[in-house]
Every structure is written in C-alpha cells, then in structure tokens.
Design a protein around this ligand. Structure first.
Ligand code: BTN
Length: 337
C-alpha cells in the first residue's frame, strides 16, 4: 500500500468511528487503541477531515464528536459504505471533468477494469443522448460513469441501458420519489425528467471491448433552475420530495442495485429486466409521438420487444419497431386500458 492510500484508509477508519459514535464523544484513547494509531496521528486525521469540511468538536478529556458532515462524493464518503463486488471498488474522483463518460472511455481504452467508476462534482461538457448536453452544476447532483466489460454480443448492448434504468428507478423510489421510466431510459417524476443514461461502446462486430454506462441524476439541483427553457420539463429529487439527498448515500445504494440487476441480466438474460422495466414504465399504453430524426411517428406505445425496442401501434393498425428516439405524450393525457 502506498503512503497516500494508507493515509486515506486510516482517515476513512477515523471517520467511520466518529460516524458510529453519532452524537457521542469518542475518546482519543479509544480511537488510538482501536486503530493502532498514535494520538498525534489521530489528531492529524481529524485536522485533515476538518479541512475537507467535516465539523468535528474536540473536547479535552472527552474526545472527538462529529457535528456535521459535508455532502461530498469522494472515496472517503463512498468506499466504507459500499457493499458491491466490482462496481465502484475503484473510484476515479474528479472535482471538474469535461464528461465522466469521456474520461471513463479513455481510462477503459488504457486498460481500466470492469466496475471502475469515474465520478465528478461538475461536468463542463456533460453529454446527453442524441448529441444533447447534460447540465451538470457543481456539487448538487450525481454524475458518474461505470466501465463494464460484459460477456454480451454487441447487438445486445442497449439492454445495459435498460438494466441501469431499472436500478435507477428503484433507487429513486427508495428515496420516496415517485419515479418512473420514460422510454427508452429517461428517469422521470411525473412528466419531468430527473435522470438520464448514456451508454457508449467500444466493440468489434462480434465482441464488446467495454461499455461506458453514464448516469446523471438530479438530486439537489434541477437544471430548470439554470435553464429556463427546461422549466416544467426537468426536476430534482429534493424538489419532488422536499428532502435534500446525501449524494454518497444515493451512489452507494444505486451501485449495489445496479450490480444486482447486471448480475441477474448476465445470469438469466433480458426477460426479468424487461418485466421490471415494463412495471416501472410510464410510456406504455399512452398515445405518443416519437421523434426519430425523420418524420415523427404517432401511435399507442404498446410494449418493448426482446431487444428493448419500442413497439408502437400506429393509426393504420400496423406495429412499428423503434430503436431510438424521443417520446412526447399526446394530450389528452389518458392511458389506454
Ligand atoms: C440523456 O440524455 O438522458 C442521457 C444523459 C446522461 C448524462 C450522464 S451524466 C454522467 C455521464 N457523463 C456524461 O457526459 N453523460 C452521462
């Protein structure tokens, strides 16, 4: 272990002990006995935590007490709580990045392994689907990309995005948000977008080298606050539930769910994922117009097929299979039974 990573591990342990103490003081002696560190070393870690925004009270003869923890997303906040096997076991944290997908793609091209995650406080060129940008203000939301090296034929890669949508909707619901999926992979609350997924691939015709699964989830800041044209179209969890979200907690929960669904997908194929996706999907049974880059196609969203394509019953009674596009609901808002 390098000196730097030893320091990080020790600091994580000191923090974990203080977190366990909740409102109580933990004596310096107890900390130093438990962790096998000198009192001076404990003090140095406490000072380092303070410099990162942790408010730690130190009272002679009583010890240390954690008063407030900042909402940070570095390995210090994530790693001690993470129960995954692969996802996030190695974290590349950046304060600012152009796009976590872009950096993850580069790292994967250079050999980074399955499950490694790039996470950032802010993206200056966050990428959305279909060439759009993803508004990524600093310190409020979650922007990350996971490197995956799946044993999957390249034509099945879009399934990974649907797997992530199922995990994302579950994690949002666990926060009390009434989240649903809008085809293909928008996470929405009501009609407003709260999260999105962008999967990018490096592959040969017969083999995926790696996939970059990028997710953006608006937790504490809605892009509509900085971009008036998104008013009424975007939201964040805090706005929907009235509660701010600790981003590291959400990441830990989401990554575990993501890993479980990816495992299920790898073991049993797409059908269980498809069932879960259908159950959480707000699009099905609605009359919609789908923008595919050419003429919008109007019809009732009937189902998704075994590859995740949308099956649209058009007005002439035909069934169109749509692989990519943007869905608009057609008023009046009424689900067809
Ligand atoms: C969409 O258009 O709905 C997909 C948005 C995906 C945004 C995320 S944020 C983290 C990752 N890095 C990016 O540049 N994009 C994805």
């Amino acid at each position: 272990m390098t000196t730097e990573s030893l320091q990080e591990t020790e600091e994580q342990l000191v923090l974990a002990f203080l977190e366990d103490g909740v409102d109580d003081f933990t004596s310096g002696e107890a900390l130093s006995n438990k962790l096998g560190l000198s009192r001076a070393e404990i003090w140095r870690h406490v000072e380092s935590l303070r410099a990162k925004g942790y408010r730690i009270e130190a009272v002679p003869a009583r010890g240390y007490r954690l008063l407030e923890a900042p909402d940070r997303i570095t390995p210090l906040e994530i790693t001690p709580h993470l129960n995954t096997r692969d996802i996030g076991r190695r974290i590349h944290y950046r304060e600012v990045v152009r796009s976590t997908n872009e950096l993850a793609f580069r790292l994967a091209s250079e050999g980074a392994g399955h499950g490694e995650v790039v996470i950032a406080e802010e993206q200056t060129e966050g990428k959305g689907r279909r060439g759009r940008s993803w508004i990524s203000p600093r310190g409020l939301n979650l922007y990350f990309s996971v490197i995956l090296r799946p044993e999957l034929a390249p034509p099945r890669a879009p399934e990974l995005t649907l797997v992530a949508a199922v995990a994302g909707v579950e994690a949002l619901r666990a926060l009390g948000a009434a989240a649903e999926i809008k085809w293909p992979n928008d996470l929405v609350i009501g009609e407003r977008k709260v999260g999105g997924i962008l999967t990018e691939l490096s592959s040969d015709p017969d083999r995926i080298h790696f996939a970059i699964l990028g997710m953006g989830v608006n937790l504490n800041g809605s892009p509509s606050q900085s971009s008036p044209e998104l008013a009424g179209r975007a939201t964040c969890v805090a706005e929907a539930t009235g509660k701010t979200v600790r981003r590291a907690h959400f990441a830990v929960d989401l990554w575990l769910r993501l890993e479980s669904w990816l495992d299920l997908h790898a073991e049993e194929g797409f059908s269980r994922v498809r069932d879960a996706w259908r159950e959480s999907c707000a699009t099905l049974r609605n009359k919609v117009s789908v923008e595919t880059g050419t003429q919008p196609i109007v019809g009732i969203a009937e189902d998704i097929d075994e590859s995740g394509a949308l099956l649209l019953r058009t007005e002439d009674g035909g069934l169109q299979r749509i692989f990519a596009g943007d869905v608009e609901y057609i008023r009046p808002w009424a689900k067809q039974q």
